[in-house]
Structure formats: structure tokens, C-alpha cells
Design a protein. Structure first.
Length: 117
């Protein structure tokens, strides 16, 4: 599965952005898709994930109430709507797909989100 992320950019604190991640290839194998992020000097961290069968979505504590993950199966695309952005949300955001087991097996290139105060 190949993943293409887009939608990053620069925004002021309190603003919103919507990230998109389009999957191609063996998309019938996708079990879940998710978003991770990595800020400068920090380790990559989980942001949100959604099961492709629609049975659930999961969020990191910092994302709850501000970020919403959604999917469009017909377009093989997952979205991350980010509202009330904070400077600490500045990071490269990566989308990932889980094809088997509990892990994420395929990763897209990152898209940079910069939030200024």
C-alpha cells in the first residue's frame, strides 16, 4: 500500500487544518489507518487512528476534543481535521496503514504543520 499525505501548512494558533492521506495499491488489505507526528528533537508519537471497518476511532489525549479522524472508503482516503491548533502541535505529520496484526505496516511521507503563536 502506498500512502500520499497532503494538507500541511502554516497557521496561527487557534486555527485549523485538514490533512488528507490517500492510499493506493492493495487497499483491500487495509485494516486501520492512522496519523502520527514528530516534532523537532522529539520521538514520533501517535495522534489518531481509525478502523477501516468503521468500528472505532482512537485518539491521543492531546488530540481529544480538537482533532477528528475520518475516512472516505470510496476514495481510500483518511482525513485528520485539526482545530484549535497550538504551537506545540508543530510537527511533521505522517499517515500510516495497518495491514495485519496490531502494527502499522505502511507509511507515507510526512507533511509539515507549523503553528505560530
Amino acid at each position: 500500500v502506498q500512502l500520499q499525505a497532503s494538507g500541511g501548512g502554516s497557521v496561527q494558533a487557534g486555527g485549523s487544518l485538514r490533512l488528507s492521506c490517500a492510499a493506493s495499491g492493495r487497499t483491500a488489505s487495509v485494516i486501520r489507518m492512522g496519523w502520527f507526528r514528530q516534532a523537532p528533537g522529539r520521538e514520533r508519537e501517535f495522534v489518531a487512528a481509525i478502523r477501516w471497518d468503521g468500528t472505532g476511532a482512537y485518539y491521543a489525549d492531546f488530540a481529544k476534543g480538537r482533532f477528528t479522524i475520518s475516512k472516505d472508503i470510496a476514495k481510500n482516503t483518511v482525513y485528520l481535521q485539526m482545530n484549535s491548533l497550538k504551537p506545540e502541535d508543530t510537527a511533521v505529520y505522517y499517515c500510516a496503514a495497518g495491514l495485519s496484526g496490531p502494527n502499522f505496516n505502511s507509511w507515507g511521507q510526512g507533511t509539515l504543520v507549523t503553528v505560530s503563536s
